[in-house]
Design a protein around this ligand. Structure first.
Ligand SMILES: Nc1ncnc2c1ncn2[C@@H]1O[C@H](COP(=O)(O)OP(=O)(O)OP(=O)(O)O)[C@@H](O)[C@H]1O
Length: 587
């Protein structure tokens, strides 16, 4: 039942198109079944020599009309069904996209981009084929079968002859019941393997630059070949059973034709039926074979698409683990301090705590600096502030309100988060910077670029702010990308800004200019700066030092320097490093 949900919604919207199409198919089939009858009559006139030139013209015109009428109505019926199939793709892809945007980061860390793409491409297409071509052929075939059998019955052909001829066809339902589930199971395996392949391909192309630099193309190809090989094996397993099934149905049709020829031929010789009836019977049986073949195809494709439909419905029934309460309130972060109390957090139920008993107060309008070894939990803490992951209840408050009681949109729209590796879209630099509000005037975009120290680089580009970035912004250097992403955060002018190691790829002089610009711009706004270099945070009102998920030190720059500890050690190492660097540059 579950697998029918997408279709139920869809058929509710489009049932009338199907109705029209079925109606046109009906007319087209009704016209088509006159073909054998007219040909039979023509044959009967042939023998006694009753055929005149005028009759030949008449019969030819009638056959032409039958052909034209059949093609016209069949064409219209096909168009309607194909049209509705494309609508299905459009609606389901739109629905999938919306669903994906609602899912949390946890969902994306479990499902790779390639896997998600394969839902969009393979599964949606498989279902579309069933409900367009599949429905089309089923309707067409059923109408033709019903019309042909009816015409046979009223053509004066003896019933026992008809029954004997169509008996092999009555085996079809049994074959479907036996082979259908096998086809479906194997199709599911193929779809899953295709998903894995798309995922591998996406990863391989994404990492192609690394592959090339390490000159390991051959190894990567081997890995990819393995994935493709798996698909081939699974596809062949499917093809074996589905080809057998598809061949069996026309075979039964051929047996029916042999019975009609042998038994009908015998009765014609014995003069129990006319030659015209014999011709009509063989043509009708022949006419049944096409729809039977079609029904075979359709059943096959329905079994395959049921597997895809199950995958799509399963995906759409997954809920985000970040749920907005019905009573959620819009946040007003302009005046709100951030209060973190006894916060401990682990990514999974069985994994270790990444943050341990964090207590922190960030007053509105102040700057907090966070420093700590890699993997110490800095980014995790920020993800919890943005509620990308759910913190335990009561551990994070904005003003008096628990972060879990705020609406997600109001929370995230008032925080400008700049990650270390800011993703840039394949569009213009202007649109990348003005990402939050596409209509932002160019003056503001330029000002943000100046604050992020990227302005001079941009105006050197051929189309300045209108320069289109290549895929993932790769026409910019790492540092330029980082600064463009920083400009995107700055232009938001949000009450709270988080720079998550966002100036790590710039040189010391540029970093200094950026930090000064941020200090001026955000003098009365809350700013959190995560950095590995002390120079980026030393101006902060408070600095915390995280180590293995624990705040091991806190205070102002000078206070921390005066104490022995990780901060002073880091400072000493970085000072020594920069003196070395300066020394080298002088030598
Ligand atoms: N999505 C995730 N699922 C499980 N564990 C994670 C996830 N993200 C991070 N971790 C783990 O949590 C720990 C803290 O990671 P986090 O990214 O917060 O560190 P960080 O201090 O920001 O590091 P860096 O300075 O290298 O950016 C690490 O051990 C990391 O492996």
């Amino acid at each position: 039942m579950k697998s029918k949900r997408i279709l139920k919604d869809f058929f509710r919207k489009t049932w009338y198109v199907y109705l029209f199409s079925i109606f046109f198919h009906l007319i087209s089939s009704m016209i088509n079944v006159f073909y054998p009858k007219v040909l039979g009559q023509f044959t009967d006139k042939l023998l006694p020599g009753e055929l005149t030139r005028a009759l030949i013209v008449d019969y030819s015109l009638i056959l032409l009309l039958i052909g034209a009428g059949h093609v016209l109505f069949n064409g219209m019926a096909m168009y309607l069904i194909m049209h509705v199939g494309r609508k299905f793709e459009f609606l389901v892809r739109g629905g999938l996209f919306k669903h994906f945007t609602e899912m949390s980061e946890r969902f994306y860390s479990r499902n790779g981009v390639g896997k998600l793409l394969s839902y969009f491409m393979n599964d949606v297409t498989a279902v579309r084929e069933s409900i367009s071509m599949g429905v089309n052929q089923t309707v067409n075939a059923t109408m033709l079968l019903v019309a042909a059998v009816t015409m046979m019955l009223i053509s004066g052909i003896p019933y026992y002859l008809i029954l004997a001829s169509v008996t092999p066809l009555l085996l079809i339902p049994f074959i479907v019941i036996y082979l259908g589930p096998i086809i479906r199971k194997r199709s599911l395996e193929v779809q899953e393997a295709l998903g894995t392949m798309t995922e591998t391909a996406e990863e391989q192309f994404g990492g192609i630059r690394v592959t090339k630099k390490f000159a390991v193309e051959a190894i990567m190809k081997q890995r990819f070949d393995k994935t493709v090989e798996q698909i081939r094996n699974k596809q062949l397993r499917l093809v074996r059973v589905s080809s057998f099934f598809q061949a069996l149905i026309p075979f039964l049709g051929a047996v029916a034709l042999i019975i009609a020829l042998a038994f009908g031929g015998y009765l014609t010789i014995m003069k129990q039926i006319t030659l015209g009836n014999f011709v009509a019977l063989t043509l009708y049986i022949r006419m049944l074979m096409n729809p039977l073949q079609q029904i075979g195809n359709v059943i096959n494709s329905i079994q395959r698409s049921r597997a895809s439909l199950e995958r799509l419905n399963d995906l759409l029934s997954q809920k985000s683990d970040i749920v907005e309460l019905e009573t959620a309130r819009p946040a007003n972060l302009a005046e709100a301090g951030i209060c973190i109390q006894n916060l401990s957090f682990a990514y999974g139920k069985s994994s270790n705590n990444v943050l341990k008993n964090i207590n922190l107060n960030i007053k509105p309008g102040t700057t907090l600096g966070i420093i700590g070894r890699t993997g110490s939990g800095k980014t995790t803490l920020m993800k919890l502030l943005l509620r990308t992951y759910d913190p335990p209840p009561g551990t994070i408050r904005f003003g008096d309100t628990d972060v879990r009681e705020l609406t997600l949109e109001s929370l995230r729209s008032q925080i400008a988060y700049v990650p270390q590796d800011g993703f840039l879209f394949s569009t213009t630099i202007r649109e990348n910077i003005a990402f939050y509000e596409r209509e932002t005037e160019i003056g503001k975009v330029e000002a943000a670029a100046q604050q992020a120290q990227i302005y001079d680089n941009i105006i050197d580009l051929p189309n300045r702010f209108e320069t289109r970035l290549g895929e993932r912004g790769l026409t910019l250097s790492g540092g330029q990308r980082q600064r463009t992403s920083l400009a995107r955060g700055l232009i938001k002018n949000a009450p709270i800004m988080i720079l998550d190691d966002s100036v790590s790829a710039v040189d010391a002089v540029t970093e200094k200019d950026i930090i000064e610009a941020i200090q001026t711009e955000r003098s009365h706004k809350t700013t959190v700066i995560i950095a590995h270099r002390i120079s980026a945070i030393k101006h902060a009102d408070e600095i915390i030092v995280l180590d293995d998920g624990v705040i091991v030190q806190r205070g102002k720059h000078t206070e921390l320097l005066a104490k022995q500890g990780l901060y002073a050690t880091l400072h000493a190492i970085q000072e020594e490093g920069s003196q070395h660097a300066t020394g080298t540059s002088h030598s």
